[in-house]
Write a protein that binds this ligand. Structure first.
Ligand SMILES: [Zn+2]
Ligand SMILES: [Zn+2]
Length: 342
């Protein structure tokens, strides 16, 4: 079968790989049908992703169709369309025992630290397949990105009187904003890219230009106050550092993006404001259940984000352009195979 392999930074190639083996107990053989491309893939291509090893089959945002169920599989069967939880955890460490397998001490992530889904077929553990009857492949392929936002929302513990600033209006910033929408008084997104800000406005959010003047702009918008909850969804060192000064006293700062190397903040400001600073990594199965429920009841619809579609062969040509200009599309999706619609 064909697989798109990132051999080293800057070199994505189509390779012939052996077909996967028959599924073992608790496993399924699945046809990969949709693969979302995101900032993690751009950074891996550019050689700046924090947790990436080469060579690697990319692809961690996956919608698959079950072909064959192994012994003991009961929840899914041939023909079922599923989203794939790409975070593989040990189940034994302290975070896993506390229900926080998203931050497992021995975590392995499909498409990042082990081979992912930019290929035709793969064997997957049944426990990592999520489905709700009626959801389309386009809805399912977006669950992973939405889960990042849902988990960040849960980390922030936003209250109905909170004002929220989301730094970065790419797919992760949008996922945070959509997840938080019904749980806070007001949400503002900021982005350097006019195109991304315009897309966020078209999605019903207030926006501001990111950069130097953001603190005074956000104070103007919020009647002189700073937002009580700030999310950084940029992974940019400058944005993450500025976020400390944009969070109101006794507020919460959630760092969803991540960057290589240290970031700096002014300790007196952090201390005087008694900020809660939290990281947010991946998502839990509870977050995924929340996302699937919201997608199924129509309160979370991100299918309009998909504005670039390509094929397994096409992504080899497209990824360099997407990585060089990530603001050019909201969400690019690779389509594999063709018999199953939607
Ligand atoms: Zn992603
Ligand atoms: Zn663990």
């Amino acid at each position: 079968m064909q697989a798109a392999v990132l051999a080293r930074p800057g070199q994505l190639v189509l390779e012939h790989r052996p077909d996967p083996p028959a599924p073992g107990p608790g496993e399924v053989l699945a046809a990969v049908r949709r693969v979302g491309i995101c900032g993690t893939d751009h950074h891996a291509y550019g050689g700046t992703q924090n947790f990436f090893d080469y060579p690697r089959v990319l692809g961690h945002e996956l919608a698959v169709e079950v072909l064959e169920a192994g012994p003991g599989v009961t929840r899914v069967g041939p023909g079922d369309a599923c989203a794939v939880l790409p975070y593989l955890s040990c189940g034994l460490c302290r975070p896993c025992r506390q229900g926080r397998a998203n931050a497992c001490e021995r975590i392995s992530v499909l498409g990042v630290t082990r081979d992912g889904g930019l290929c035709e077929r793969m064997v997957l553990p049944e426990a990592h397949l999520f489905r709700l009857p009626g959801l389309s492949l386009d809805q399912l392929v977006l669950v992973e990105a939405l889960g990042i936002g849902w988990h960040a929302m849960a980390r922030a513990k936003a209250r109905p009187d909170d004002t929220v600033l989301v730094l970065g209006a790419g797919p992760i910033g949008l996922a945070v904003a959509h997840s938080t929408r019904s749980r806070a008084a007001r949400i503002v997104l900021a982005d350097l890219s006019p195109g991304r800000a315009a897309f966020a406005r078209a999605s019903g959010f207030e926006t501001l230009p990111a950069g130097e003047g953001l603190e005074s702009d956000v104070r103007d918008l919020l009647g002189g106050a700073l937002p009580s909850v700030v999310f950084d969804a940029t992974g940019s060192r400058a944005s993450m550092e500025a976020a400390f000064g944009l969070t109101a006293a006794c507020g919460t700062l959630v760092l969803v993006g991540h960057t290589r190397g240290p970031i700096e903040f002014a300790n007196p400001g952090l201390h005087a404001r008694e900020l809660d600073v939290r990281a947010s990594r991946n998502a839990t199965t509870a977050d995924w259940d929340g996302v699937l429920g919201a997608v199924a009841n129509g309160s979370l619809d991100a299918t309009g984000w998909i504005n670039h579609r390509t094929t397994l062969a096409g992504i080899v040509d497209d990824l360099p352009r997407l990585a060089a200009d990530p603001g050019a599309v909201v969400k690019a999706v690779v389509e594999i195979g063709g018999a199953h619609d939607g």
